[in-house]
Every structure is written in structure tokens, then in C-alpha cells.
Design a protein around this ligand. Structure first.
Ligand SMILES: *Cc1c(COP(=O)(O)O)cnc(C)c1O
Length: 124
């Protein structure tokens, strides 16, 4: 994800908040009309898990878009190995995207996206 920050910064403002600093994130939500929060749901460094309930509260209050990388929790955490975010949330919604790798949890090649992005007629 760090490698992609520079590419994203060509298109939009990119900010980094400390692990699980929901006060800092809420301040950003208050100050900006559209905010997307991108994180691992289970961290490899700097913490344990993302505060999913607090993030969904910010989503309800500010329309925060959530993007969870579940590569560290798929197959290991949650009912049937569905991962941490989905286990806490129960399902995704129109402002949440979950992606994962099959490589680590299953020793397989590939990944998964939930929900599948809807493309318009221009393929965007
Ligand atoms: C390993 C990993 C990926 C990507 O996994 P691939 O092996 O490229 O499928 C993505 N996100 C996180 C957090 C990872 O640890």
C-alpha cells in the first residue's frame, strides 16, 4: 500500500494517520467532504486490529468510505475464516470494500474483492 500512495497522490490528497487514531480520522472527516480510509484489518506492525465498529460509526456519521485489506486475516480470523472486518460488520455495504489475497491464507494464487466494483458503460 505504501508503494501506491505516491500514485494516488497524483490524483488526490493522501494523508497518513497513526494506527487506530480515530480522533485524527474524525477530524479529517469533519474538514473534508469525501474521505476514504484504507487500512489492513489485522496489522502486521504497529497494532493489532482495526477498530471496525468505530470506523463504521464514522461511516454512518460522515459517509466515510472504508477499504479493508484482509490479507492478514483471511482463512485465520472470523467465522469460516471470513476475516476480521467482515466478521465484525456481518456484511459489506455500498461504502465499504474488502480485498484479500489467497496467497497467504490458502497457499493459492489470486485474490478476492467484495463487493465486485460496478463498472459503468465506459468500463470505469
Ligand atoms: C501479502 C499482502 C498483500 C498481497 O498479497 P499477494 O501475495 O500479492 O497476493 C496485500 N496486502 C497485505 C496486507 C499483505 O500482507
Amino acid at each position: 500500500m505504501l508503494a501506491l500512495k505516491a500514485a494516488c497522490a497524483d490524483e488526490t490528497q493522501v494523508m497518513t494517520v497513526p494506527h487506530n487514531d480515530m480522533e485524527a480520522l474524525e477530524e479529517i472527516c469533519r474538514e473534508h467532504e469525501a474521505v476514504a480510509y484504507i487500512c489492513d484489518s489485522v496489522y502486521s506492525t504497529g497494532g493489532t486490529v482495526a477498530p471496525i465498529r468505530e470506523l463504521t460509526r464514522l461511516q454512518a456519521e460522515y459517509g466515510l468510505f472504508l477499504y479493508f485489506d484482509e490479507a492478514h486475516s483471511t482463512s485465520v480470523v472470523g467465522a469460516n475464516g471470513r476475516g476480521h472486518a467482515l466478521d465484525v460488520m456481518g456484511s459489506t455495504n455500498e461504502r465499504t470494500m474488502i480485498i484479500t489475497s489467497l496467497n497467504k491464507g490458502f497457499g493459492a494464487s489470486g485474490g478476492a474483492i467484495e463487493p465486485l466494483p460496478v463498472m459503468d458503460h465506459d468500463g470505469v
